[in-house]
Design a protein around this ligand. Structure first.
Ligand SMILES: [Zn+2]
Length: 104
């Protein structure tokens, strides 16, 4: 999991910036992803705090939260479609990628 530490930091910084722009008080920032991840996933599905926030902004916030969740639960870096490893270069260029280059 530590192999993604740099990406995680990058995503968290990006998320903080986006939330600041969205002017949303974010519980996840005060309580980082330490709860059961399935519970977190349920929370993510229903982002009431982000109601009314610009769609593009909200979508990116959602993508980043999911990426952070995948880092936490160990599925980060694995293609959601074929299960192959996503190339590190691809993750570097697009940290929120959920699919490998072939499935993208
Ligand atoms: Zn794939």
């Amino acid at each position: 999991m530590t192999e993604f530490a740099a990406i995680k930091t990058e995503l968290e910084t990006r998320l903080a910036n986006l939330l600041e722009r969205a002017e949303v008080i974010e519980d996840d920032l005060r309580h980082p992803l330490d709860a059961d991840w399935e519970e977190q996933a349920a929370d993510l599905a229903d982002d009431e705090a982000l109601e009314g926030v610009d769609n593009v902004l909200r979508d990116e916030i959602h993508q980043i939260r999911l990426a952070l969740l995948r880092i936490e639960n160990g599925s980060y870096g694995t293609c959601a479609k074929c299960g192959d490893e996503i190339a590190p270069e691809r993750l570097k260029a697009r940290p929120i990628a959920t699919r490998c280059i072939k499935c993208a």
